[in-house]
Design a protein around this ligand. Structure first.
Ligand SMILES: NC(=O)c1ccc[n+]([C@@H]2O[C@H](COP(=O)([O-])OP(=O)(O)OC[C@H]3O[C@@H](n4cnc5c(N)ncnc54)[C@H](O)[C@@H]3O)[C@@H](O)[C@H]2O)c1
Length: 377
């Protein structure tokens, strides 16, 4: 089952790590560490093989893929020897990367995007193409009356001005081309009633939002512990320091606000109340793709005794994210093949701000995912 994976933001750090990783796995030069679909509990004949994934994508910059891979190797994110050994594979993916379409209306941009997807699927004889949004985090979408109705949306896109933010226009184009869509970012993506309607009409599934790879991953393990022991969390404050393209983009207040909002859900929904404190995100260029998160939690126990927990997380964001992108592409492809359409709440395990009501407890989310994948076979 040859399956296309179309990466929006195909020249970004997460995308390039995903492309290099998939090629390394296919060549037998890398281990699937971090790929949860390679765990015995999730292995399934319903999933396309890692070696059957074919990559393409859109980006608004044209930096050669090999140059981006070399930069990531220089920064210690990718092994330099792996990048050198995979040059022919990277050249093949380079020829499948397209400039981000720009039409005279958003309808024209979407039509060009959908045409690129259909062309990719046809030329490679792919069973399906999964569109994964890995582009820069956007500001929250400006509300528009056409967001609630699919027909009104199609009419509005034909006019002037921006009706949809880019992430949602990619979702619109994906559905128009019959492709499932996964949003790894906190951007609006498919989270609009009109797009939900279009996904159902097209018979395609969608998933999101915002990959859970660091501080929020740890929170989704620790917060249920406090809740299950009936301990009272009084405050939870976190500071995230990161560099790279993502860090530079998140230095913009509007993108920073979208990301911080996405990180907030886990505590309120797990504990049943919102403790004092905030999550801060700060850009430190010198950290590159490596992130440091410091969290301080104050809590009360029996008879009000005050206690505290502190943790520090040092993660390489792209190395944590890329295997999840492969997992999401494989599972979403299997869900599409099994006839699922509309939202995939079963993918909550992967996201900070998941669709649906699966809850935020990581082990509970894993069990939902395991049962879902088993049911696809
Ligand atoms: N790395 C992680 O652990 C992690 C976790 C959760 C979410 N994310 C999100 O994943 C996304 C990618 O992260 P990254 O570190 O690769 O960022 P990056 O800055 O390295 O890459 C983003 C890419 O998107 C491209 N882009 C921007 N707007 C575009 C558009 N309209 N069309 C096509 N391409 C466009 C940029 O040119 C760039 O190449 C970010 O939104 C980030 O917040 C990452």
């Amino acid at each position: 089952m040859r399956t296309g994976v179309w990466l929006v933001g195909g020249r970004g750090s997460v995308a390039v790590t995903t492309i290099v990783g998939a090629a390394g796995l296919r060549a037998g030069l890398a281990e699937p560490t971090g790929c949860v679909t390679e765990l015995p509990q999730l292995r399934s004949s319903a999933l396309p093989a890692l070696a059957d994934l074919v990559f393409g994508g859109h980006d608004q910059v044209s930096t050669p893929l090999l140059k981006r891979a070399d930069e990531l190797a220089e920064a210690g994110v990718l092994p330099a020897r792996l990048v050198a050994a995979l040059q022919p594979d990277l050249a093949a993916v380079e020829s499948e990367l397209r400039p981000a379409p720009r039409g005279h209306t958003q309808a024209a941009t979407a039509a060009q995007t959908a045409a690129d997807l259909a062309d990719f699927r046809d030329r490679h004889g792919l069973a399906r193409v999964i569109v994964v949004n890995l582009s820069s985090t956007e500001a929250a979408a400006v509300p528009h009356p056409a967001h609630t109705d699919a027909d009104a949306l199609a009419a509005a896109l034909d006019g002037e001005g921006e009706v949809l933010p880019p992430s949602s226009l990619y979702a619109y184009a994906a559905f128009a081309a019959g492709c499932p869509y996964v949003d790894f970012t906190p951007s609006t993506g498919a989270r609009l009633p009109a797009l939900h309607e279009l996904a159902l009409r097209a018979g395609v599934p969608y998933g999101g939002h915002d990959g859970k790879t660091g501080e929020t991953l740890v929170k989704s393990v620790l917060a249920p512990m406090f809740a299950q022991r009936n301990l009272a969390v009084r405050s939870w404050s976190g500071t995230n320091l990161l560099g790279g393209g993502d860090g530079a983009n998140l230095a913009r207040p509007d993108a920073n606000a979208a990301k911080a909002a996405s990180k907030q859900r886990v505590l309120a929904e797990t504990l049943g109340y919102q403790p004092e404190g905030h999550t801060r995100i700060e850009y430190v260029a010198d950290l590159g793709d490596f992130k440091a998160a410091w969290d301080l939690v104050t809590f009360r126990g029996f008879l009000g005794t005050p206690m505290r927990l502190e943790f520090t997380w040092h993660g390489c964001d792209s190395a944590l994210a890329a295997p999840l992108v492969l997992d999401l592409a494989r599972i979403t492809a299997a869900a599409h093949a099994a006839g699922r359409s509309g939202p995939l709440p079963e993918l909550a395990f992967f996201f900070k701000d998941p669709i649906g009501t699966v809850g935020h407890d990581l082990s509970g989310q894993f069990e939902v995912l395991r049962a879902f994948v088993a049911g696809l076979a």
